[in-house]
Design a protein around this ligand. Structure first.
Ligand SMILES: *Cc1c(COP(=O)(O)O)cnc(C)c1O
Length: 381
């Protein structure tokens, strides 16, 4: 058992040894620039990139030409939202999103207000789901984009994306979904789900940091976006810059492994999470936040009533978990996700986020459960 026990897989994951093996030759022997068309170094790199593109596409049932490599989900989301806004602003400047999106989506939308964008933020219910009826009422003729995440990074709540897509497309708008957390943890099929733009981050699926991709639908509807990074015209001029070949190879390998193994991993992880949640619930006076029915198998957001997460976590240094709150400022803010779900400030401050991964063992879970319970008891009595 590794110490501290790592239970923060929604923040990042370790690189799978098979991914690292696939990447290594592209740092040394096969170091070529994928844009070099005049020699074998370039061809080898370019072939590896196209192989990775196919694997990433396969994971989400897309076509290889619909995948653009980026530096991660943050860049993909920036490219998607700003790229759509610039390209479709003659049609309208209205964007709809939700109050529980990742900061990246919220910050991109906020930034676009300077360029005349009008943003509608949909609320969520107590489980973290949006109300499709509210979306329907919010859609307008000038709504160009609706941005709703597939699964929430803090609670694991999964949105009814099919229902959302139907409303969005009936209105002639585009649907962008932050699928960063969902990919590798549940089935993500961009055609079945009718998603027009989706993002992926390698380091959330046992690949390297600084590597990701954006899915841009090419037909029904054909989505066109404006590039945000200009230079050598790489990635069909949508994202210039010498390709991060090792990172892309790593993303491709991680996607291939996720495609083959996610279901078995999710079954096992789900049982471990149930076990852990039961253990913590047994110490009494705790609430599980999120949608119990539609939730990622690995994520557990628990409010331990009467105890501040900031108090509890330093007392369990042998377990690596996150608080539900964001410590981006000097004064800690309660999680915007939990607050949007109608959870009061005190309960939000008492929340911890535990996220399991494919290396999480039964031994680690019983250890973590015991440690957390012991400290809760200590703090309460
Ligand atoms: C991690 C994460 C991101 C950002 O991804 P990076 O690749 O680290 O930039 C965006 N959205 C969600 C939901 C995430 O979990």
């Amino acid at each position: 058992m590794h110490s501290p026990v790592y239970l923060d897989h929604n923040a990042t994951t370790p690189v799978d040894a098979r991914v690292l093996d696939a990447m290594l030759p592209f740092f040394t022997k096969n170091f070529g620039n994928a844009s070099s068309r005049t020699h074998a170094y370039g061809w080898v790199a370019a072939d590896a990139v196209e192989e990775a593109r196919k694997k990433v596409a396969e994971l989400i049932s897309a076509e290889a030409q619909e995948i653009i490599f980026t530096s991660g989900a943050t860049e993909s989301i920036n490219l998607a939202i700003k790229g759509v806004f610039e390209n479709y602003s003659a049609k309208g400047k209205h964007i709809i999103t939700t109050k529980t999106e990742h900061t990246t989506v919220l910050d991109c939308c906020a930034k676009l207000k300077n360029s005349g964008a009008e943003i509608t933020y949909l609320g969520v219910d107590h489980e973290g789901k949006i109300n499709p009826g509210e979306l329907k009422n919010a859609l307008r003729k000038d709504t160009i984009l609706v941005c709703v995440m597939l699964a929430n990074n803090e609670t694991g709540t999964i949105q009814p994306i099919g229902e959302i897509a139907e409303l969005v497309h009936a209105n002639g708008s585009l649907l962008c979904s932050d699928t960063t957390q969902a990919i590798g943890k549940m089935r993500v099929d961009v055609n079945e789900m009718e998603i027009d733009l989706a993002c992926i981050s390698a380091h959330k699926i046992y690949g390297p940091k600084g590597s990701g991709a954006l899915f841009i639908r090419r037909k029904d509807p054909r989505v066109t976006i404006t590039a945000q990074v200009h230079g050598g015209g790489h990635e069909r001029a949508l994202r210039s810059g010498t390709l991060n070949v090792p990172g892309i190879v790593g993303l491709g390998k991680a996607a291939e492994i996720a495609n083959e193994e996610w279901w078995n991993d999710a079954q096992r992880i789900s049982l471990l999470r149930t076990k852990l949640e039961q253990q913590i619930q047994d110490c009494g006076n705790v609430v599980i936040n999120g949608c119990i029915k539609d939730r990622l198998a690995n994520t557990s957001n628990i409010s331990i009533l009467g105890i501040k997460a900031d108090q509890l976590i330093p007392m369990i240094p042998n377990i690596a978990i996150a608080t539900g709150s964001a410590c981006t400022s000097a004064i800690p803010e309660p999680s915007h996700v939990l607050r949007a779900m109608g959870i009061d400030e005190e309960t939000a401050f008492s929340s911890i986020r535990i996220s399991l991964g494919k290396t999480t063992s039964e031994e680690e879970i019983s250890f973590a459960g015991k440690e957390i319970c012991n400290q809760i008891k200590e703090l309460r009595y």
